[in-house]
Ligand binder design. Structure first.
Ligand code: OGA
Ligand code: MN
Length: 222
């Protein structure tokens, strides 16, 4: 047996290499608690390329983000500006490829029937916010799993801008938007909010969706 001092003596301390969550781990966390996050989920080169893409696209027509069914912009509720990804750069293609693999792995593990992934870049300026909300209305079964990918490099605790997840009224997690982190949660079940960052905060917000015709509605495209 090891002496108990083994655990406390600094010369025996070592750091394990950081391992991010596998897609199977993510499925397990979604099944167990409905939410989770994976630090360093994306390769640093890809995160840098995506941030470069955001900067390249700065002059495009970013939209004040919409809220609710009518899609009206509401600066009382959220202040971010968004631009949909369309696969128009190598970075976007690589990113969409990884998210496509995650979609297949979640379907395999959880039989969710996710049939596509839609996502947009989002930029919050310092002081911006997105008040507590859910991403999908109960019963609509359209957006099933929400994912947020953070892109701004060198994000520190002091930069704030946390994603806060709730279980009803109770806070259950406060996630720092560090570059490379993937936050994920069930779209209908997990209320969440974005706290004001102290500097510009770039991310990709996305949703795995299932075909709404499977929920007793007729799919207009089908
Ligand atoms: C959203 C959202 C969270 C975040 O875009 O719906 O909740 O951390 N984003 O950016
Ligand atoms: Mn949201």
């Amino acid at each position: 047996m090891l002496p108990s001092s083994f655990l406390t003596r600094p010369d025996f301390c070592f750091t394990l290499p950081y391992m991010t969550l596998s897609n199977q781990d993510i499925a397990g966390q979604l099944a167990a608690s409905g939410w989770g996050y994976a630090e360093d989920y994306f390769p640093p080169d890809l995160v840098r390329a995506l941030l470069g893409d955001v900067n390249r696209l700065r002059d495009e027509a970013w939209r004040p983000a919409a809220v609710g069914r009518g899609g009206q912009a509401s600066a009382d509720i959220r202040t971010d500006r968004t631009l949909w990804l369309d696969g128009g750069s190598a970075a976007q293609v690589d990113y969409l490829g990884l998210m496509g693999q995650l979609r297949l792995d979640l379907n395999r593990a959880l039989y969710l029937g996710l049939f596509d992934y839609e996502c947009h870049y989002a930029l919050y300026q310092a002081g911006g916010f997105y008040k507590k909300h859910v991403d999908s209305l109960h019963g609509s079964r359209n957006r099933v799993v929400s994912c947020v990918t953070y892109l701004t490099t060198d994000w520190q605790e002091d930069d704030a801008g946390h994603l806060v997840l709730y279980d009803g009224e109770t806070e259950c997690a406060r996630i720092l938007p560090r570059a490379g982190t993937l936050a994920f949660f069930l779209s209908e079940d997990v209320p969440h909010e974005v706290l004001p960052p102290r500097r510009e905060r770039a991310s990709i917000a996305g949703w795995f969706r299932c075909n709404p015709s499977g929920a007793g509605r007729v799919d207009p495209a089908g």
